[in-house]
Design a protein around this ligand. Structure first.
Ligand SMILES: N[C@@H](CCC(=O)N[C@@H](CS)C(=O)NCC(=O)O)C(=O)O
Length: 207
């Protein structure tokens, strides 16, 4: 299997963490988002990551994670109980739709030197506050986000909330990492995992 993307991408790293945690063999192919027709044939929105399998290409991080889980290789990071599994998927959706996506609108301002207006920042903060408030109604932090076991939602959590709180701090001076209950504790716990250490080392090496 080949994982296409680049080391700074938070979505790429979610899939990479799943592969590492499962102990699966994979190759990494350095690709940046592109509207080049060759790449669009593999990733129709031109986004990363995409996963190259023996059957063809797959896109969308949550879909790729479900595919890897369905292969049944290594540990499954979904609970067995159908309702508990659905709760993990629910957390993943909240993290993507209500944390990662609103924060992404501030990435230009925070990371790429494209200043946002005060209105955009105010709208970003409002959306993110709403997202975090909703997330906290679902999150257990016991110590993991869905309870006592590590799940795919924690892998989503680390790479979506990590980038979102960095963007919020740089762009709006809002230290959500320390101010939103539970965030720092779980981020610190997850940062001790070998998979995340490797991903962060690879990121550093990629410059
Ligand atoms: N919904 C997609 C989002 C992936 C995504 O936004 N990737 C970013 C890189 S972190 C990207 O490719 N951005 C370029 C673009 O949106 O055109 C997924 O779940 O994989």
């Amino acid at each position: 299997m080949k994982l296409h993307g680049f080391a700074i991408s938070n979505y790429y790293n979610m899939v990479k963490m799943v592969l590492l945690e499962k102990g699966m063999d994979f190759e990494e192919v350095l690709v940046r988002p592109s509207q080049n027709p060759d790449y669009l044939a593999h990733s129709p929105m031109g986004k990363v990551p995409c996963l190259e399998t023996e059957h063809g290409f797959l896109t969308e991080t949550s879909v790729i994670i479900d595919y890897l889980d369905d292969l049944g290789v290594g540990t499954s990071f979904y609970p067995q109980d159908p309702f508990e599994r659905a709760k993990v998927r629910e957390l993943i959706h909240y993290l993507e739709l209500y944390i990662e996506l609103p924060a992404r609108r501030l990435y230009g301002d925070a990371f790429f030197g494209k200043p946002a207006t005060d209105e955009e920042k105010a709208a970003g903060r409002k959306a993110l506050e709403k997202g975090f408030t909703a997330l906290l109604r679902l999150a257990q932090f016991n110590p993991y986000i869905a309870g006592s076991e590590l799940t795919y939602a924690d892998m989503y959590f680390y790479f979506s909330v990590g980038t979102a709180t960095r963007a919020a701090k740089i762009s709006m001076g809002w230290d959500a990492f320390n101010e939103v209950a539970g965030v720092r504790g779980l981020m610190t716990l997850l940062a001790q995992r070998d998979s995340i250490r490797r991903i962060l080392a690879d990121q550093k090496a990629s410059g």
